[in-house]
Design a protein around this ligand. Structure first.
Ligand SMILES: Cc1cc2nc3c(=O)[nH]c(=O)nc-3n(C[C@H](O)[C@H](O)[C@H](O)COP(=O)(O)O)c2cc1C
Ligand code: SF4
Length: 395
């Protein structure tokens, strides 16, 4: 019998933008741009291949506001003249089938990596990511103001390129998060200390850009728990949400953890804690909330909506493993979905994440996944590997 997905398939309004359904491709970064940040045609075909498969919105991950803002050599960079042409092509290719295009904007700050990018690593205060081991240089006030301007240039360019919505990354321990959290912000000037001061970097960006782009087209990925005594959690993020609500943000999505606490993050995600975080976030705001994190099927997404844990939902790895998962489910071909191995068992596969951590280009082990223009082509070897893993993991 055909399953019912009435809520997931109903439209939703985010600010003035309407999504044709409530199913979203969560932000994914592929580390597949040119080293100057220019988006490649391979990257464009990855996202348009997902967009055409019945998605309400596709969020492109980690568009960095400068080369220093990158965490890996081949991340997307935006804001300069050379970036506009391919950025526009990307937005157009996502929107072609009536899917809303959203660009996530970021700066890695102290979580950057000189070994990969050849750039300085900078942050609000001195800080060392344990697994990377590079000490971040403390930003001067002048440098902070310059990065605020780079955010403005990036956002203005995302708008000019045709993106419907712009998601500001305030989580995962990246630069804005570093300013917001007392774990990483030890400054004693106007950018550190009180909540008002820790918000200043983000507020300055919003105040500078609001005359150029309507902030009701902005969204944010926020943290529900950093798993650190001095980090952020739900008791501590009301100051952030209240400020973003004042700028009429279109939606929020909720995540957890920073690089330092990646292990705790995956354990909580697998337990479905992120969906509880989304439910808790809904209590802090009237702005629509996207639930995400380890959603493996349309059925799970629909249940989240039924339980009112979120207003719409996003998937990342399930769409990486099979960009056609939604189409196949709607066509009653769920048996043909190539499942993400990590969703079956934590730690069973880490390839897509691991490659970026090692500064390699994106890949996935399933036969249905996309690798470059013209794919997927079902490779016998992949099919054999995936089938063997699947039978082991499902035992
Ligand atoms: C390869 C890969 C790249 C990712 N890149 C980003 C990113 O650029 N920005 C971001 O906010 N989250 C990123 N994520 C996290 C996803 O958006 C999502 O929050 C996470 O994978 C959990 O959801 P899932 O179980 O549906 O994949 C990435 C995840 C993967 C697997
Ligand atoms: S590479 Fe592995 S973990 Fe990543 S999406 Fe594919 S199957 Fe899942």
């Amino acid at each position: 019998m055909m399953k019912q997905f009435n809520q997931s398939l109903s439209p939703i309004k985010l600010g003035n933008i309407t999504l044709k359904n409530r199913i979203v491709c969560s932000p994914i970064s592929l580390n597949m741009s040119e080293t100057n940040g220019v988006i490649t045609d391979n990257l464009i075909s990855f996202f348009s291949n997902i967009a055409k498969n019945n998605l309400g919105m596709v969020i492109v991950g980690n568009a960095c506001v400068s080369n220093i803002g990158k965490g890996a050599a081949n991340e997307i960079v935006i804001g300069k003249k050379i970036h506009l042409k391919q950025l526009s092509k990307l937005a157009k290719s996502i929107k072609k089938n009536g899917t809303v295009a959203c660009l996530q904007i970021a700066h890695m700050g102290a979580q950057g990596n000189t070994h990969y990018t050849g750039e300085r690593v900078v942050g609000p205060s001195s800080y060392i990511v344990p697994d990377i081991g590079i000490e971040a240089e403390v930003l001067t006030i002048e440098e902070i103001k310059q990065i605020e301007d780079e955010y403005v240039d990036g956002i203005v360019q995302a708008d000019a390129a045709g993106f419907d919505l712009i998601e500001i990354m305030t989580a995962h321990g990246y630069l804005i998060h570093q300013f917001l959290s007392e774990h990483t912000n030890k400054r004693e000037d106007e950018y550190g200390g009180s909540e008002k001061n820790r918000l200043r970097f983000l507020k300055n960006i919003l105040d500078k850009v609001k005359k150029k782009v309507d902030t009701s087209r902005f969204a944010a990925k926020v943290t529900g728990n950093d798993f650190l005594p001095k980090g952020l959690d739900f008791k501590k993020i009301k100051f952030l949400i209240d400020m973003l609500d004042n700028y009429n943000f279109a939606y929020y999505q909720v995540t957890a953890g920073i690089y330092e606490t990646a292990k705790q993050k995956y354990i909580q995600m697998k337990k479905g804690s992120y969906w509880d975080y989304a439910q808790q976030l809904k209590k802090l705001t009237k702005t629509p909330v996207m639930a995400q994190g380890s959603i493996t099927s349309m059925e799970e997404g629909e249940n989240i909506l039924k339980k009112k844990q979120g207003d719409f939902w996003g998937m990342g790895q399930a769409l990486i493993a099979d960009p056609q998962i939604i189409t196949k489910t709607l066509n009653n071909q769920e048996d043909e979905v190539y499942k993400c191995l990590a969703h079956l068992k934590v730690g069973s596969c880490h390839r897509c994440r691991y490659l970026k951590q090692k500064d390699k280009s994106f890949d996935c082990v399933t036969p249905g996944s996309w690798r470059r223009i013209g794919e997927p082509s079902k490779r016998k070897k992949d099919l054999q590997f995936w089938n063997t893993m699947l039978s082991k993991l499902e035992q």
